[in-house]
Design a protein around this ligand. Structure first.
Ligand SMILES: [Zn+2]
Length: 397
């Protein structure tokens, strides 16, 4: 037998005592909230629970100065390495676990972020409840609340979407869908209605139903940071889940696009994005380079059924095709960035909610952001057509 070095990983025994639930559906939102509020470790790192809005752009800014004191942060630009001797997750320095599922090797789990950007509010003022955008003439800031969770893709340190079997990737994505559904449908009284943004509008006859036929509360944002250049503070692969009373600007933009054009952004892109920019068609989802690519190798994964607003509404086939497309895009970024002399780094945003057709945005950290970009004039160092051709070669290899 060849000698095998055991991969660096978190052992189940090490966190057994921290498991509050193996299925998030076994907990109520109240129990999850109470558990967060009672967490003594987190008490030192609470956010300010206020947000400000840039009146020029509608950008939403939340504040948590304690995040700068985080114990474990990657410094500099470390090479992509399969080991990190100081990884707190592998060392079982975890908060309470609210969901845990076995994978073909190891397991995936969801816990609370020790350094949350959003935190529950115990006693909401009645006038503030359900009205995230109330007037604020003195600019004290608007109240922002909710919770901030983490999904660890695998208990094995260097496993992530790009190097796990597809079946395991599907388990991870399904857990995100279950969590999204749980948060949105079990939060009445804690969160404003997700479609309150619609209720403010004058009624228009013949308007497309954007509620998806279910009553949902709050906004679930799912993002991923991978690699130092993309803002990942930990090398152990993870997703971040924000659950908030405030609507992130991008979601509001998706909603506004729908209002202006009477079609979702996904529907528009599926029809209008040039065929030359198609990287690959996966059946129920497509991987494309947007014609307005801002940075080399930025990509979109669009679900063909553009009426679906949330990932939990996707069928098993749609989820499989979406995840297959996402994994192919990630693998391409991880293959191509070293050829550009850069350590792999990317962000993913899952776009969902009122006015969305579900889509993923993959942002490769291939180029720094400069002054022109900050005035909304993006200087991109590659052409979308060349990038799409290169991606087709890598993805179809
Ligand atoms: Zn680790």
């Amino acid at each position: 037998m060849p000698s095998m070095v055991e991969p660096q990983q978190l052992k189940l025994e090490a966190i057994e005592a921290l498991i509050n639930a193996r299925d998030v559906n076994d907990l109520s939102i109240r129990e999850i909230m109470k558990d967060i509020l009672d967490d003594a470790q987190m008490a030192a790192f609470l956010p300010d629970s206020l947000c400000q809005i840039d009146p020029r752009t509608g950008d939403v800014i939340v504040y948590n100065s304690s995040r700068a004191t985080r114990l474990h942060m990657t410094t500099g630009a470390p090479p992509v390495d399969s080991r990190d001797e100081h990884c707190p997750i592998c060392a079982a320095k975890s908060t309470g676990v609210i969901d845990l599922q076995p994978l073909s090797e190891g397991f995936t789990f969801i816990n609370k972020n020790l350094y949350p950007i959003l935190h529950p509010v115990e006693h909401l003022h009645d006038d503030a409840r359900g009205v995230p955008m109330y007037p604020d003439p003195y600019h004290h800031g608007r109240s922002s609340y909710g919770m901030h969770l983490l999904q660890w893709t695998s208990s094995i340190h260097d496993r992530d979407w790009h190097n796990m079997p597809l079946a395991d990737c599907l388990v991870c994505f399904d857990r995100l869908a279950v969590l999204e559904h749980k948060l949105l449908t079990d939060s009445e009284g804690f969160m404003p209605a997700s479609d309150q943004v619609l209720q403010k509008l004058p009624h228009r006859s013949g308007e497309v139903d954007m509620t998806g036929g279910i009553k949902t509360f709050g906004y679930v944002s799912i993002i991923k940071n991978f690699g130092h250049a993309a803002g990942a503070s930990m090398t152990h692969g993870h997703q971040q889940i924000g659950f908030s009373n405030i609507m992130p600007q991008r979601y509001f933009n998706n909603f506004s696009f729908m209002q202006r054009n009477q079609q979702t952004f996904s529907e528009y892109m599926l029809r209008e994005n040039p065929q030359r920019l198609m990287v690959r068609d996966y059946g129920h989802a497509v991987l494309v380079v947007p014609y307005f690519m801002k940075r080399p190798f930025n990509m979109l994964v669009l679900v063909k059924d553009h009426r679906k607003q949330y990932i939990h509404q996707l069928t098993a086939d749609e989820r499989r095709d979406l995840v297959t497309a996402m994994v192919a895009a990630i693998q391409a970024i991880i293959t191509i960035m070293p050829q550009m002399g850069k350590a792999p780094a990317y962000n993913i945003n899952i776009n969902n909610g009122p006015g969305a057709g579900v889509y993923l945005e993959l942002l490769a950290s291939t180029q720094l952001t400069g002054g022109f970009e900050h005035i909304g004039l993006w200087v991109c160092q590659a052409s979308p057509h060349e990038v799409a051709a290169q991606l087709r070669q890598v993805v179809n290899a």
